[in-house]
Design a protein around this ligand. Structure first.
Ligand SMILES: *Cc1c(COP(=O)(O)O)cnc(C)c1O
Length: 371
């Protein structure tokens, strides 16, 4: 289906809200007894935070990474609890959080002085984040033991939950996964935590039996597989389709030029590619200034009229070039750079990056059409 953009640029993304809704249902099928904290940070992974939040109306709560995001969701009328994954805050913020149904994450001892000033009437529901081997945000286990009991009995604190984050969940066989899970459960064992949460998307898919009381998916809600693409890694890979996830974002544009060039013709900046036979080349209005990865190599698939054609030559700011061969295509035809039939996982892997970066990297000039 073709949609008219209003800004006179052909490159645009189409966001399928029903796909996001479907993917949430999939998560609840994979982990039926866990609650779902739907992660909508980074503008809903580039899909639009409000668009995502609306489609995720059946989630138990949201997660964002700043108070600005919280304000944005509240001003749009979303009233679910929100966990603020990685933000800093002062005592006024903290005291008003329970009224706003916001849950802060305590991940560093430097946050304790602020917490100590908490009003006795605050009724705060907070998370302790434990570093069990990720080596990023989170209290070391010894430090967490020093403060957990105190927080649980602090007046003004209504409940304490605990979370950790796996560093290798996209590689289920990696021994650190079970090591981290074991460490976390051993830490949590003596305490009366309200909720325990370990799994992001990859963890939810790989270790559903160990989901505990709450999962924190982001990527899979947007219909992207957290594992390698089977197209590129046939033995290891698992596709979004195999997981019954529906990609929510399609990056589309149009062919703006088609011409014949003879064998040997150099294509694009640096003349890094030359045609190995007479062919027809197509030029597409989309480049790295739209968020298409500059490092996409020659051969990266582009979908035109139901046929896959290879990108050739370097990606430039506003344009990419494809070898059309004898594929039926003319100026004005629709092009799918990624989407359901042209998996973003493949484009990302071939470009030496991850789908997360591509989703978040769509730039502001690219119009977003929500269906
Ligand atoms: C972003 C984030 C998630 C979601 O990760 P996905 O891989 O997108 O599922 C989960 N937990 C934390 C702490 C995060 O920062």
């Amino acid at each position: 289906m073709s949609y008219q953009t209003s800004n006179n640029r052909a490159a645009h993304v189409v966001i399928d809200s029903a796909a996001i809704e479907h993917n949430l249902t999939r998560v609840t099928t994979i982990v039926p007894s866990a609650k779902v904290m739907a992660v909508v940070k980074a503008d809903g992974y580039g899909h639009g935070m409000e668009v995502a939040a609306k489609a995720l109306a059946n989630a138990d709560e949201f997660a964002v990474s700043s108070l600005d995001d919280v304000r944005r969701l509240r001003s749009q009328g979303f009233d679910k609890p929100i966990t603020m994954l990685s933000a800093t805050f002062d005592v006024d913020d903290l005291n008003s959080m329970s009224a706003q149904k916001v849950r802060p994450v305590i991940y560093d001892l430097a946050q304790l002085p602020t917490l100590a000033e908490l009003s006795e009437k605050a009724e705060l529901d907070l998370w302790l984040k434990i570093d069990t081997g990720m080596g990023r945000l989170g209290l070391c286990i010894d430090d967490a033991h020093l403060i957990a009991a105190r927080l649980l009995s602090q007046s003004g604190v209504n409940s304490v939950s605990a979370m950790t984050h796996l560093a290798n969940a996209d590689d289920p066989e990696h021994p650190n996964n079970q090591r981290q899970i074991k460490r976390f459960l051993k830490f949590a064992e003596p305490y009366d935590f309200s909720q325990l949460s370990i799994m992001n998307s990859a963890g939810t898919v790989a270790f559903p039996q160990q989901a505990n009381s709450m999962v924190r998916p982001g990527l899979i809600l947007y219909g992207v597989s957290p594992q390698l693409s089977p197209q590129l890694s046939p033995k290891l890979g698992v596709s979004a389709q195999q997981l019954d996830l529906r990609p929510a974002m399609t990056l589309k544009s149009k062919l703006i030029s088609v011409k014949r060039l003879p064998v040997g013709s150099p294509i694009g900046y640096g003349s890094r590619y030359t045609l190995d036979s007479d062919s027809r080349i197509g030029v597409i209005s989309c480049g790295y200034a739209d968020g298409y990865p500059r490092h996409a190599p020659s051969g990266t698939p582009v979908l035109i009229n139901g046929m896959y054609v290879p990108l050739i030559g370097r990606v430039s700011m506003d344009l990419i070039t494809v070898d059309l061969g004898e594929v039926r295509a003319e100026v004005g035809d629709d092009v799918i750079l990624w989407g359901a039939d042209n998996p973003i996982e493949v484009i990302a892997e071939m470009s030496d990056t991850i789908a997360y970066e591509l989703l978040c990297g769509i730039t502001s000039r690219v119009e977003r059409i929500v269906i």
